[in-house]
Design a protein around this ligand. Structure first.
Ligand SMILES: C[S@@+](CC[C@H](N)C(=O)[O-])C[C@H]1O[C@@H](n2cnc3c(N)ncnc32)[C@H](O)[C@@H]1O
Length: 284
């Protein structure tokens, strides 16, 4: 079976560590849940027959829905062709600024909004998704003369995969998205990263602070008690080690790939946490 791959570059994307993650996947499971799906690196790699994917980012989940729908998919692609041929710095800011007037923005048809999200991802600095407090996309232009917004073959594979399998696309909070998970289902959490340098009440750009990490650990526990296979990735921080001490914590090395500060790129320690034994047993 041909597998799709992420159609956007996403902060925290898991393409780099996909082989390490795959070592920990349960051999058999029923429905696959991914509550923080982002660019969907592991989701596409596994391409499960039954899945529930979710992210709180409305613009992103709108893209997944449009790729699935026959009509919207075709229209979104022709919109992207038009964006590619109109591409310039001025055009980038014209598209970027469409969310400045919320009433007008809400009225933009979904497939055009989806094309905007993909285009901005490809034409912005470093493929970041960042909005300000007014929910306005504010990433600078990447200063390139040309842009390649999509790989037609890849989007075609994703379109077919989403249509020929049972994939539910949600857009809500992570806790809500796993309410239907049952014994034998597999849930993979890839939340925004925790950091040892942020303190309890410090502001996090993505709104996912320590309290959210604690709430997530409760959900992890609850799913584990329900009999689900649960896996989570995060940075190897003090809080994460405390929260998941009862579970299996595997430390791995990963490359940090999106960081606006070039000096901070490099290797970081991440953890993969599971409530079940991996294929090769615990003695890695
Ligand atoms: C580390 S990224 C996921 C990366 C993804 N696994 C990939 O390979 O691209 C974390 C995601 O969590 C989403 N998010 C943040 N808070 C959330 C919440 N409360 N509920 C659901 N999703 C949330 C963000 O929009 C972001 O896409």
């Amino acid at each position: 079976m041909l597998k799709g791959k992420p159609f956007v570059k996403w902060a925290g994307g898991k393409r780099q560590i996909i082989d390490k993650l795959k070592k920990y996947i349960p051999e058999e499971y029923n429905t696959y849940y991914e509550p923080f799906v982002g660019g969907g690196a592991l989701f596409f790699e596994l391409s499960p027959k039954n899945a529930v994917i979710n992210d709180s980012n409305e613009e992103l989940m709108n893209v997944y829905r449009c790729i699935k729908d026959e009509n919207k998919f075709t229209r979104m692609c022709s919109e992207l062709n038009h964006y590619e041929s109109s591409h310039s710095e001025e055009f980038y800011f014209e598209i970027r600024n469409k969310d400045r007037d919320k009433n007008k923005f809400k009225k933009i048809v979904d497939y055009k909004r989806a094309a905007r999200t993909i285009y901005l991802n490809k034409a912005c600095f470093n493929g970041l998704y960042r909005v300000n407090s007014k929910n306005e996309f504010n990433v600078p232009f990447n200063k390139k003369d040309t842009v390649n917004t999509y790989d037609g073959q890849n989007l075609g594979i994703i379109h077919s995969y989403l249509n020929f399998n049972n994939v539910e696309i949600l857009c809500c909070d992570f806790e809500e998205s796993v309410k239907t998970a049952k014994k034998g289902d597999f849930v993979y959490f890839d939340p925004p990263y925790d950091s040892d340098t942020t303190t309890f009440n410090s502001y996090t750009e993505d709104g996912f602070g320590k309290e959210e990490q604690i709430r997530l650990a409760k959900v992890f526990n609850d799913l584990s008690e329900r009999g689900c296979y649960v896996m989570l990735s995060n940075h190897n921080t003090k809080l994460v080690n405390e929260l998941y001490q009862e579970f299996n914590i595997h430390v791995i090395e990963a490359k940090r790939n999106i960081n606006s500060n070039g000096k901070k790129r490099g290797k970081v320690e991440e953890v993969i946490i599971t409530n079940f034994e991996n294929k090769e047993g615990f003695n890695e």
